[in-house]
Design a protein around this ligand. Sequence first.
Ligand SMILES: Cc1cc2nc3c(=O)[nH]c(=O)nc-3n(C[C@H](O)[C@H](O)[C@H](O)COP(=O)(O)OP(=O)(O)OC[C@H]3O[C@@H](n4cnc5c(N)ncnc54)[C@H](O)[C@@H]3O)c2cc1C
Length: 416
Amino acid sequence: MSFELTPRTAPGVSVVGAAESLVEPFAGRAEAADVENEMCRQNFDDLLASGISSAFVPEELGGFGLESIHDWIVAIATLARGDASTAIAITMHHAIGRRMAQAYSLAKTDLGPDDERTNNLAEPLRKMVAGEMLICATATEAGTDNLHPVTEVVRHRQDDRDGWRINGRKIFVTMSPIATHVSTVARVRDDDGDDMANIVLPMDTPGLIPQNDWDALGMRGSGSQSVVFKDAWVPESAFGRMGPWGKWSLQYLEFRAIANIVLVGAFLGIAEAAHDIALEKLLTRSRVGQLAAEQSGIQNLVGEMALELAQCRAVLGAAGVEMDAYCERHSTSAASMEDAHGLMSDYQAAKWTVNRGAIGVVSKAMDLLGGAGYTNSDALARLYRDVRAGPFMQPFGPAELREYVGQVTLGQYPDS
Ligand SMILES: Cc1cc2nc3c(=O)[nH]c(=O)nc-3n(C[C@H](O)[C@H](O)[C@H](O)COP(=O)(O)OP(=O)(O)OC[C@H]3O[C@@H](n4cnc5c(N)ncnc54)[C@H](O)[C@@H]3O)c2cc1C
């Protein structure tokens, strides 16, 4: 098929190959998860057994050693062809796992493989391989944006140990019903400044209270419930500063651009699944003795759908290649804020094109199949609902995205 995305690195070939083997079983289970509004645990068992959940873990620790963002996007798009809810959920875990794998590799180079700090950084990665660590990631809160978290951590001493206490409420915490850990961002105000902090906690931390309130139009199997933090204890080792509150830091800009562009892959995967469902039926369905695929109106609409899908693939593939080139360029020297805004802007360009295009593709597939696709027993109805979640993923919803891209294009780099 035209412009189809394929992996560019050897670890990518392994991860995408493993993802391909899961498309059919995931698709077979997707309807039940959607109807029951529950996460499909069997999918996550498969992700673990196939090695996909530890894709970024270095090979010497038992993972695939994936590094390419492009190939990560292709893997997530592939999984989403079977079940988009599972695909977005594992993306959250991958994003944090990738960051942990990078910290480990850096320590291994700088301190040596046998240094105690290197071993400490290897520990969570080993746990991922063993299925003992599955991490959800949350920034979103009601009434604010990702740069201005209202959730707050304050100094707190407990059982003779220095640490922190966290209070707040996060929404859309995808995969939290089955995750072992949560990675979150919060505000910290003290003598060291007014900063953003990153915190990773076990889900069974006392005072971490899942709300079991996920019930949405689509992505119903993603477990994106709210989570409340009520005086939850945060040990010093689980706390890290990320830069000033309300402002982009280099680290946060890069992390959000890279981790979030991969989510766009899930919406491409939904469009690909809708495209394939439509074609399969049109090639076998007849009306008044004429094969659907032989009717000119249908041929035109299929053409439009194929063109829109080609655009989505081409733009997302190019953005993935650009992300890899950025990482390569800045592997030894830090990027500037302007570079990182350029990266974020590229992500927004891909998001704009692909999320709108994917909605268009699914909608055209619906027009092509008519009433049959509209019934809830047809997978297309679920894809139609799932694909609608794409555009408003933060940072930058549809009402904000063009302004941001315009600013960056004009050389006006917003710091908040
Ligand atoms: C299925 C799904 C899974 C998700 N998973 C996660 C996850 O795992 N982790 C996570 O952190 N997040 C997650 N999210 C959240 C997602 O990234 C977005 O942050 C979230 O959907 C944005 O919510 P919102 O549209 O209600 O809020 P907002 O971003 O606040 O947007 C509200 C609307 O108002 C517009 N607006 C612009 N300016 C203003 C203003 N001044 N006042 C009011 N409104 C304004 C916005 O552009 C937008 O259209 C998930 C979302 C979905 C749908």
